[in-house]
Design a protein around this ligand. Sequence first.
Ligand code: ZN
Length: 692
Amino acid sequence: MTKEISRRQFIGSAITTAAIASWPANRLFAGQAPAVPESGSQPKTAPAFGQNIAWQDQGIQNLTKSPHAKLRNIPVHAVTISSGFWSQRRDINVAKSIPSMHDLLEANGRMNNFRRLVGKSSAAQSGPVYSDSDVYKWTEAAGFALQSGDLPQLRATTDKMIKEVVAVQEPNGYLNTYYQDDRKSERMLTQTQTTGHELYNIGHMLQGAIAYYRATGDRTLLDAGIRFANDFLMSTYGPAPKQAIVSGHPEIELALIELYRITGDKRQLDLAGYILAGDERLHLPERRTIYMFSGTPFTARTKLEGHAVRAMYACCGATDYYMETGDPAYWKTLNTLWNDMTTTKMYVTGGVGSRSDGEAFGNAYELPNDRAYGESCAAIGNMMWNWRMLAATGDAKFTDVIERALYNGINSGMSLDGTLYCYRNPLAFDPSTGEKIRNPWYDTTCCPPNLERTFASLPGYFYSTSRDGIYLHLYDNSELDWHLENGVGLKVTQKTNYPWDGMIEVAVTPAEPSNFTFYLRVPGWADHAEVAVNGQAATGAKPGEYLAISRRWSPGDVIRLKLEMPVQVLQANPQVADDAGRVAVQRGPLVYCLEELDQPAGVVMSDLAVALGQKPQAQFQTEMKNDLLGGVVVLRHTGVAYERAASRKALYSRYGGGQAPSRRVPLTFIPYYAWSNREETSMQVWTPVVTA
Ligand SMILES: [Zn+2]
C-alpha cells in the first residue's frame, strides 16, 4: 500500500496537470487497489492549492485544484463529532439506517436486478428505471460512513455488492440493469435519455464510487464508472459528429466534474459542460426542458422551475463547472437562481419544491403548508448547492441556507430511530387524509439513502480551509485534526450544547505558533453575538457573516462565542397567501411546530390560534426535556392562545362577530424535525394569529 501511494505522489509531482489530462485515467492508476490504511498511518498532507492529495485526504469535494474555489474541503475523517446533537443521528445512521436499508434493497429485488443478468437470480427485473441508483446512493452512504472509521462488516457487505455490480458491466463500458438484456434496444434513445434515468444512475454510481474510493482506496467501482464515462459515453455522445446527449435528470454533471477532480481527464469536465449547455440537436419541447432543468443552456435560465431535485442537482453541477472554469455567465445565472429561490421559493425549513404535481417548484410565493412537497432529496440538493456556492465565495449567506436546510427540512426526513423516512416534508399535516408520512421504504426510494449519505458525510461540512486560514461553518461538540494550507498542523476542539443554547467554546491548537485567520461563523439568525479570544473581546461580529480573526495563534488559545438565542416569531412575506395571518416560531437554527399530542386534550389543531402582543417573543419559555424525542428544548407559550372552534363554524357566515375565541389553552412547541415520531398526528409550523 505504501508503495502504491508513493508512486502516485511521485507521478503527481512529476507530471503537469495538462499532461495527466491527456492520459487515460485507468491506465495512469492501473494496479491493485491499496488496502485500508492502518489507523495513524495516513500521510499528513495539507490541501494546498494545486497540490495532488492522497485519496484518503480528499473531502466531500476535492477542490484543491479548482481555480475558482475560494475554500477547500477538509476530509470527512478530519472531524470527529463527539457526544452532542448530531452524534445521536450519526450513530443511529450507521447502526440502524444503513443496515436496514441494505436489507430493504435486497428484499425489494434491487440486487437481484444485477444477479439476474449473470444468471445468479431467476427473479424478473423489479423496480423503476432508477432502481440502480438506490444501490449506488447506499454505497455512497457506506463510503462516507467508512471515511469516519473502519467498520469491517459494512466494508465486507459493500465490497460484495460492488463485485455484483461490476460483474454485469458490458465490455463497451455500459452498465444499467434496466436497459441490459431485454430492453437493450431502448438504450440511449432520445426518449430514454429524457425519461429513463440512465445517466442519473451513472451519476450516482460515480458519486458512490468516489466516496468508497476515498474511504478505502478501492477503485473497483470507480474504475467501472470511468469505463462507462470514457469508453461508452464519451466515445459516442457529445458534440457533433457524436450523438446528441441530455441528462434528463441532472446528476451526471456534478458527478463527471468530481470524477475529473480525481482523474484530471479534462474530457470529463468538458462533457459535463456540454450537457449543461444543452444539446440543441434534440429539439425537446419546452415543457420537457423546464421539467428536467436540462436540455437548454443553463446560462439562459432566469428562475427556478420544474422538478425541484433536478433543478438543485443541475445547480450543483453548474456551480462545480463554474469553480473549474470561472465562466462568468454561469456565475451570473447561479446568483440569479439563488436569489429567486431564497426570496420567493424556499420554505422556512430550507425545503424546496411546493407542488406534488411534477415534484416541482411553484410560482413565486407559492408555498402551501399542508400540500408542501418539500422532498427530502430537494432539501439535500439545496444544501449541496449552497455548499458549492460557499466554496466558491466564502460567503456566510450560503452557510445560513445550509444550516436551515440541514437542521429542519433534511433532519425531518429521517425518524429518530433511523428506520422511517419522509418522502415529502409538509409544514402542516392532517392524518385524517389517510396519508402515511413516515415509511421504511418507497418504491421510489430516492430519499432514504440520500438522507443516509448526508448524515454520514456531515463531518466534512464542519470546516473549510482557505489560503489564509480556516473557516468554521457548523457548531457541535467535535474535534478537527487537520492542517492549514501552509502545512502547519491544526487541531480545533468545539465544546457546546448547540443548538439548544448559543455558547460555543473553540480551542485552537496549531502545531506551532502561527499567523493565520480563523473565520468564525456568526449565524444570520443571531440578533447579537459576542466573541472573545483568550478572554479579550473581539469586535466586528455581524450576524450572517464570518468574523475574520487574524492573529498569531498558539496552542492554548480559546475563542468563546456567545449567540443570543431568544425565541423568534417570524412572519412570511405578505404575498405568501398560505401564511397570511400566521406566524412561525424559530429558536437558534431550529424551526418549531405544534404537534397535536403535546396540546391539551380535546384541542383540535385547526382551531388553535395565538394572540400576539407587542413582544411576542417574550411569551415563550424554554424547557430542556431530556426524556422527550431524544432530548429537545420545548417552547411553552405562556401568552394567550385560544381554541377558536373554527372547525364547528359554518362554511360561510356574515362577517363580524363570531370571531371571539372560546377557550384559552397553553401551547407546547417542539422542534419541527422531531414531528411524527410518536404517532401520526396533526402538525403545523405556521400558527394562526387572532386579535385578543
Ligand atoms: Zn427523494
